[in-house]
Design a protein around this ligand. Structure first.
Ligand code: SF4
Length: 331
């Protein structure tokens, strides 16, 4: 039997290149080795996007994101693609696990204070946002996930899930939950177009569904080696963001050639960026065609999600049967 993986994304907007290289390539590879459950984390999105207009955008974002997942290679025949809110057992398990999670554990999660400050204008001083890691634990444990793909910064969340699983098992004297292990994602860390951390809120991303003219314009404005003032100045690709993107889109030989040409001032930044824009458009075109085809066939997307929701519900119902037995049976 394959080990099981649970991973998800919050549908808070359109997906960009960072999601593709940071998450989706990994998801696609994992489907060969694991039984994968990929979740549209719409309840998680609601913890920060609860204000009227933002909340109403969640269902549309969810469909758009799923189209990107599939266009990127997540295969609904191999993986279960589902929507968290379509499986109410997530909320039920969240409530039960909340009862046995001390407040101190949540207040100590290192990313909590930082996220609260960063998202202050969204009103995340709410109860649900503090309990976010408990909902995450419920998501993973509901599917008895053995493995969770994580970035370094998410390791404390996963440790919390393990502590909650241990506490549940020992408190109720039943081995219901396995302790999930983290698998660090091996993907390259791409900076945003301006060389800062890539984030939609900084306006430094390229969406997977971005219009070609906008891609060209954004690449033209990318951050390069700031010391290279004239075409005849030798450049330093090591500090050039355009060069990092070339590394992802080019074969090793071409990448090495660009490095040499830049250092010897044989190539100018305008030319270098034009080549990058062309490569990016060639690369993204087939993905955009698949994405467009999916979004123009709502019945197909509905059917994929209905099938995924049904499969997820089946597993969730079985786990909750065991949970209720452990918690409430009078044995
Ligand atoms: S030539 Fe290319 S790699 Fe070199 S500094 Fe300009 S954009 Fe960067």
């Amino acid at each position: 039997m394959k080990k099981r993986i649970l991973s998800g994304m919050r549908p808070t907007g359109k997906l960009h290149l960072g999601h593709y290289w940071g998450v989706l390539t990994n998801w696609v590879a994992l489907q060969e080795e694991f039984e994968c459950f990929y979740m549209v984390a719409d309840w998680h999105a609601l913890t920060s996007e609860w204000k009227g207009g933002s909340a109403r955008a969640i269902p549309g974002n969810a469909r758009d994101n799923v189209a990107d997942w599939i266009a990127a290679g997540v295969d609904p025949e191999k993986s279960t693609i589902f929507v968290q809110s379509a499986v109410p057992q997530h909320a039920e398990l969240h409530l039960i696990l909340s009862c046995l999670t001390p407040l101190g554990w949540l207040e100590r999660v290192p990313t909590y204070k930082e996220a609260q400050q960063k998202l202050a204008e969204k009103g995340v001083d709410n109860y649900a946002f503090l309990g976010y890691p408990v909902l995450q634990a419920a998501d993973i444990l509901l599917y008895k996930g053995n493995v969770v793909p994580v970035g370094e910064d998410q390791l404390p969340h996963l440790e919390l899930t393990r502590e909650i699983a241990r506490r549940f098992n020992s408190n109720f004297g039943a081995e219901v939950f396995p302790e999930p292990q983290g698998r660090l994602t091996p993907n390259p860390r791409l900076q945003g177009l301006d060389g800062q951390r890539m984030s939609k809120s900084y306006g430094n991303t390229i969406d997977l569904g971005e219009d070609p003219a906008a891609v060209e314009k954004k690449v033209k404005g990318m951050f390069t080696d700031p010391n290279r003032k004239k075409r005849s100045d030798p450049g330093n690709p090591a500090i050039c963001n355009v060069f990092a993107y070339h590394g992802i889109l080019n074969a090793k030989e071409r990448h090495a050639r660009i490095e040499m040409d830049c250092r010897e001032a044989k190539i100018g930044c305008v030319e270098c960026k034009a080549e990058l824009a062309g490569k990016m458009l060639d690369w993204v075109r087939p993905l955009q065609e698949r994405r467009k085809a999916l979004l123009s066939d709502p019945a197909k997307l509905d059917a994929i999600l209905e099938r995924g929701n049904a499969r997820a519900s089946e597993v969730a119902a079985q786990t909750m049967k065991e949970v209720r037995e452990a918690v409430f049976s009078s044995r």
